[in-house]
Design a protein around this ligand. Sequence first.
Ligand SMILES: NC(=O)c1ccc[n+]([C@@H]2O[C@H](COP(=O)([O-])OP(=O)(O)OC[C@H]3O[C@@H](n4cnc5c(N)ncnc54)[C@H](O)[C@@H]3O)[C@@H](O)[C@H]2O)c1
Length: 253
Amino acid sequence: MVSKVLDGKVALVTGAAQGIGEAIAMAIADRGARIVASDINVERGEAMLSSLRSRGVEAHFLRHDVSSEPDWIAVVAETMRLFGKVDVLVNNAGLIEVCHIDDMPVEQFDRVMNVNVRGVFLGCKHIWPAMKAAGGGSIINMSSVTGIIASSDGSAAYSTSKGAVRLLTKAVARDYIDRNIRVNSVHPGGIRTPTVEPFLADPDTAPAVIGRTPMKRIGLPGEVGAVVAFLASDESSYMTGSEVVVDGGWLAV
Ligand SMILES: NC(=O)c1ccc[n+]([C@@H]2O[C@H](COP(=O)([O-])OP(=O)(O)OC[C@H]3O[C@@H](n4cnc5c(N)ncnc54)[C@H](O)[C@@H]3O)[C@@H](O)[C@H]2O)c1
């Protein structure tokens, strides 16, 4: 049983229909927050909402393309109508695409940047009135170890986008420093989610993923969720502009 450090808080989690985002929504809800889960995938989002509600959580699901500014305006407005404020924003939605730069169409690069960077920028921008209503808040942006190092072949677009999230986080932390809003980034290593599963099932790629992790295992989505819940709570009250690595020791060597 975890302590209810987020009692009374309202959290908006993007990309919450599956994987790490789903685990973040569960971890935050377990600690007492009310949840707005958003995602572009409505079918999976509705299924995830049912499991949140079955745990007795006050929660809603909204369709949301994070790369769309009109969608952000609508999602923040609807969250305000439902709950009157937002204390916690988790910019989790992201595209994981691997392609060697020689072969990468410029449209693919733009797509990754639009979701992974533009989406985070729009979230940090449009959440302000809702966090003002809460008297401040905590924003957590999902980066990656590949936002700190270029980890493997084919990560030009993904690493670029996650590196941008890392510095965008620090810039926004400074912009919001006088508004009682803390902004931190989280940098997972290899985490078992539906998108990563094919790489783990492939005998050519699985050994590389495990091999570069000193703990010699893949992380679980809940292990990222617990860290995000800590950053969401007042227990991390002196942290802003920080980059928090959750990687089984990957970057320690
Ligand atoms: N799984 C890992 O090993 C790993 C490692 C480091 C960082 N990350 C990051 O963690 C986050 C979640 O990763 P995951 O493995 O759970 O991915 P995932 O693909 O399993 O889930 C991502 C979710 O984001 C949603 N999404 C995609 N595009 C969207 C859009 N335009 N608007 C709204 N929602 C959209 C998808 O529908 C999906 O539900 C991503 O930002 C990813 O880059 C993952």
